[in-house]
Design a protein around this ligand. Structure first.
Ligand code: ADP
Ligand code: MG
Length: 481
């Protein structure tokens, strides 16, 4: 049987978080929170006599993204009209870029599950405007909200370099991470500010020509992107293996049936009758302006990972986790500046703090624990004032009430018992009270050692210095042999 290889290219649409829209002064508002049709100008509605004006901030944000994705920037940008009729597009055309997009020939490296890195080519990054939003109701009527009409939108298109649903997911997640780093998009897929559409085809292994592709629309999560792509690869394989032909079309994803279904046959570029937008002059970007934007870019995730590995000697895994979001990296570095050892700060953040943050569904900017307070807590463990387990409880309390660790330790009398004589007395008492277990231990049931440690911890409410307990217990048991 013929073996097939998938070929995938991704189109992503990202709204830009500017104050006003791409070509008018209407505000960009949260599409979920704002009341419908409250941020709409005559231009957004396509009223006759209105004229577009290019939003400079949107061009700057778009350029940031194109540069972060390693694109060459076109100095001479042309806007084009993409003509089609739909109720969410009252002008009857969308202003987009066609022949001279802002960015071309970029690339992005993604990390595969195997640990390898793969470079995905980026064909173009272009500016356009979003359409309004239609809500189809059960009674067959539809509602339209033009708040979104004219919101600055970026389209980011890859080369067909992706080979699996998992790669598609890794790429899309990395783009989202970068958009968030750049502060141009929140990444809230459930709000529709970031949307992903894979183009998928398969071809016989070894073939250099592309097969007929389908495009998946309206995927609302990265999981669905990976699953929908995998489903489509399997579906096309079955079609070809049974002697059929793949039809070029747009397909949707059925969330409960977990399968794709045909939506419409794909339109070709000529269907849109693109032509240069007559109401806008070409947009010329000079080198000085482009270089100023480049200089304003923050350190991006891959550079941060490399620096954390080199400067703080963290593992690649820890470095990636701490670079996941810009705010997390900043929190980590503030803790290190406050005197924390990088490795222990990383461990406490990744193992304990993130668990609390996830449980509370908070972002790191919104928590009461400060980097300095975590460093103080680690200091209490290092000085053996409290043991590791107590420290975890103290952190949980710091997290809920925001008090400094030293105060919590004092107020709750949590300081570790490192007093030899006091621990010795407790251990002797426990061994006396559990003569039967001691006898069994001496006959070889070594697991009972854990039982004795447990008894000591219970009596001391977890405050005993574990190192000391182990040492004293061993000598006490040895003495009974
Ligand atoms: P359109 O403008 O019609 O959507 P493009 O040619 O710009 O089409 O391609 C859109 C995306 O589809 C790109 O990411 C591209 O890499 C990808 N693509 C193009 N041809 C194929 C194919 N045969 N199989 C898979 N992906 C493809
Ligand atoms: Mg397309």
């Amino acid at each position: 049987m013929t073996e097939y290889e998938p070929v995938i290219g991704l189109e992503m649409h990202a709204e830009l978080m500017t104050e006003s829209k791409m070509f008018s002064k209407a505000k960009v508002v949260d599409s979920v929170e704002a009341a419908p049709n409250t941020a709409v100008s005559p231009l957004c509605l396509g009223m006759p006599g209105t004229l577009p004006v290019i939003n400079e901030k949107a061009v700057e944000y778009a350029t940031r993204v194109a540069l972060a994705l390693n694109c060459e920037i076109n100095h001479h940008n042309i806007f084009a009209r993409k003509n089609y009729f739909y109720p969410d597009l009252p002008k009857g055309y969308q202003i987009s870029q066609y022949e001279q997009p802002l960015g071309v020939n970029g690339w992005l490296d993604i990390e595969l599950e195997s640990g390898e890195t793969k470079r995905i080519g980026i064909r173009r990054v272009h500016m356009e405007e979003d359409t309004g939003k239609l809500t189809h109701q059960d009674d067959g009527t539809s509602l339209v909200d033009y708040n979104r009409a004219g919101v600055p939108l970026l389209e980011i298109v890859t080369e067909p370099d992706i080979r699996s649903g998992e790669e598609a997911r890794a790429y899309a997640m990395k783009v989202r991470q970068i958009l968030r780093y750049l502060g141009v998009n929140s990444g809230d897929m459930e709000k529709g500010v970031l949307r992903v559409e894979p183009n998928i085809s398969i071809r016989p292994v070894g073939s250099t020509e592309f097969g007929t592709r389908t495009e998946l629309k309206n995927l609302n999560s990265f999981r669905v992107l990976a699953d929908g792509t995998a489903y489509e690869i399997a579906r096309q394989t079955a079609v070809l293996q049974s002697g059929g032909k793949v039809v070029q079309e747009t397909r949707g994803w059925h969330d409960t049936r977990r399968e794709t279904f045909s939506q419409r046959t794909k339109e070709e570029a000529e269907d849109y009758r693109y032509f240069p937008e007559p109401d806008l002059p070409p947009l010329h970007l000079d080198d000085a302006w482009i270089e100023a934007v480049r200089a304003s870019l923050p350190e991006l995730p891959d550079a941060k990972v490399a620096r954390y590995m080199a400067e703080y000697e963290l593992s690649e895994y820890d470095s990636r986790v701490l670079s996941e979001e810009r705010a997390v990296g900043e929190w980590f570095e503030t803790a290190v500046t406050a005197g924390g050892t990088p490795k222990s700060v990383a461990n406490w953040m990744i193992n304990e703090l993130f668990r609390l943050i996830n449980e509370a569904k908070l972002s790191i900017d919104a928590i009461q624990v400060t980097p300095a307070a975590l460093v103080e807590l680690i200091g209490l463990v290092d000085k053996q004032t409290i043991n590791n387990n107590t420290a975890k409880d103290v952190l949980a309390e710091m997290f809920t009430i925001g008090t400094a660790p030293t105060e919590i330790v004092e107020a709750r009398g949590l300081a570790q018992i490192s007093d030899n004589a006091a621990l010795q007395a407790i251990i002797d008492q426990i061994l006396d009270d559990n003569a039967e277990q001691v006898a069994r231990y001496l006959e070889g049931q070594e697991k009972l050692r854990g039982f004795f440690v447990g008894q000591v911890m219970r009596q001391t409410k977890g405050k005993a210095n574990p190192g000391l307990v182990n040492q004293l217990l061993d000598s006490a048991l040895d003495a009974k042999k």
